[in-house]
Each structure stands twice: as structure tokens, then as C-alpha cells.
Design a binder for this molecule. Structure first.
Ligand code: GLP
Length: 261
């Protein structure tokens, strides 16, 4: 994997936005996979400013979310589809029909899971997938013990994940759903380019386990070690436990000028 350690999250966000911009300007109908949470927000803000100030267009793009809570009303402010619209897609020229998310409110969750897999297949899969990482090493809502061969399906959230996400529910854990509909690990690994973002000391441990530890279902993000094109963008605080940090820095500093991410 290509691991890049940046001074600040803002520098990493610019590099992530560069990767997305390249997909938007070189692929006829680019498919972007988006993560929720706080980590990718700086990247989304950077992309919004490039749209507003430089005319970067998303009109041909399609967006697919990683996951959605089960049991939340569609208009709940913490529903991931609402969050992504509020924080990102309402501010760019993505067509109304361009935003896709797992149908968490559906009565038939298994059917909704299959529908989502089919929707991803119908557009030919994801070109660039933005990922964050949970404090327990999850990607999407694939909690520890998730099969590394899993597809979109219902998952039960761990109490740690519910605690981590209570911040989006007025800090009231009782409001946080117990279940979600999430792309599976195998589904995520089908993206052609994955950009994993991690910032802050709370991500140092899960990030190190993900990129330098053994491949294990107990650290779902470690499955990324099997993917042929992963760019890991981390700030100094999230890099503190990396054993090969000096090598990653040297590699990036000596990156051939013609080599893109
Ligand atoms: C949730 C989301 C993940 C996200 C994670 C970390 O679990 N389902 O996609 O990566 O939170 O969120 P944050 O970036 O706010 O730390």
C-alpha cells in the first residue's frame, strides 16, 4: 500500500481531493464511493471549493455511500444519506439521481442489500472509494469478526461503535440504532482505487493494525492489504505507532514526479 504521512489533515485532504478530481476529469462516468464520519469532511469541503471556485463538475458522476443505519426515518438528520447531502452533495452539481445509499429504512433488508449490490454492478463498480476507519478497525460498518469475503448485508453495531457515533445523536446512545446496512469487505475491495484517511491519535492504533498487522477479520481494515491500489493518507498524530514511518516518508519524498497516486 502507498502510505503517505502528512503534517496536517488538511494537506491529506488536498491529496485526496486531487485523486477524486483526477477521476472526475479522466473518467466519462466516474463512480465515487463516499464514507461518512468526520474524517472525510475536509476532503469534501476541498472538493466543494474546487467546484465553486474552479468549476470542478460532478454532473457525470455517480456517488455510492458505504453504509446506512437500519430503522432511522429517511429524514433523520443523522441518517448517512442526509449527512452526505448536507455536508457535500447539496453543494455540488451531482444530479439528484446520482446519489445512491443502502436503503436502511426498507422493510425487506435482505432485498435492499441485494438491490444495492446490483446497483453497484449496474454502474460497473466504484472508481475511487474514500474510507475512514473506526476506532476498532472497521471500514464502513464491517465490525470486527466480519467475513473478509462479505457482501452488502445487515450488521449489528458493537457497543463501542454506538458510543463512538452517539455524538451524532445528541450524545444519547439510546438513540443510536443497533443495526446498519453496510457494503461488505469484498464489496469494498472491488473498488478500483481505495483512499483510506486517518487523522488524530485515536486512529494510530487501528491504522497501524490495519496496514502493518496481520490480515484478520478482527481488524476488518487489514483486508485492504489484499487490494492492488490503496492510498493511505494519515497525519502525524495517526502515524505515531507505524513501525515503518521513516520508510513511508522516504518513499513519498522520492516519489518519481511522473507517478500518480
Ligand atoms: C462510522 C462509519 C465509518 C467511519 C467511522 C469513523 O463507523 N460507518 O465509515 O469511517 O465511523 O468515523 P470518523 O471518521 O468520524 O472517526
Amino acid at each position: 500500500m502507498e502510505i503517505v504521512i502528512t503534517e496536517t489533515p488538511e494537506v491529506a485532504a488536498i491529496l485526496a481531493a486531487d485523486i477524486v478530481e483526477r477521476a472526475l476529469t479522466t473518467i466519462a462516468t466516474p463512480v465515487l464511493g463516499l464514507a461518512t464520519g468526520t474524517t472525510p469532511l475536509a476532503t469534501y469541503r476541498e472538493l466543494i471549493s474546487r467546484h465553486v471556485e474552479s468549476g470542478l463538475s460532478f454532473v457525470a458522476a455517480r456517488v455510492f455511500l458505504l453504509d446506512e443505519y437500519v430503522g432511522l426515518p429517511r429524514d433523520h438528520p443523522a441518517a448517512f444519506r442526509q449527512v452526505i447531502a448536507r455536508e457535500f452533495t447539496d453543494h455540488i452539481d451531482l444530479p439528484m439521481t446520482g446519489l445512491h445509499s443502502p436503503d436502511g429504512p426498507a422493510a425487506d433488508i435482505a432485498g435492499a442489500a441485494n438491490d444495492y449490490e446490483r446497483a453497484l454492478a449496474d454502474v460497473g463498480g466504484v472508481d475511487v472509494q474514500i474510507l475512514g476507519i473506526g476506532s476498532d478497525g472497521h471500514i464502513g460498518f464491517n465490525e470486527p469478526s466480519s467475513s473478509l469475503g462479505s457482501r452488502t448485508r445487515l450488521k449489528t453495531l458493537t457497543s463501542k461503535t454506538r458510543i463512538d457515533n452517539a455524538r451524532f445523536f445528541d450524545d444519547d446512545i439510546d438513540q443510536v440504532p443497533h443495526h446498519c446496512l453496510t457494503q461488505g469487505i469484498a464489496t469494498i475491495l472491488e473498488a478500483r482505487h481505495i483512499v483510506l484517511l486517518a487523522f488524530g491519535e485515536s486512529k494510530a492504533c487501528p491504522l497501524t493494525r490495519a496496514v502493518e498487522g496481520p490480515i484478520t477479520a478482527m481488524v476488518p481494515a487489514s483486508a485492504l492489504q489484499l487490494h492492488p491500489h490503496v492510498t493511505v493518507l494519515v497525519d502525524e498524530a495517526a502515524a505515531t505507532e507505524l513501525s515503518y514511518a521513516d520508510y513511508y516518508r522516504e518513499t513519498f519524498e522520492n516519489k518519481p514526479h511522473w507517478q500518480t497516486f
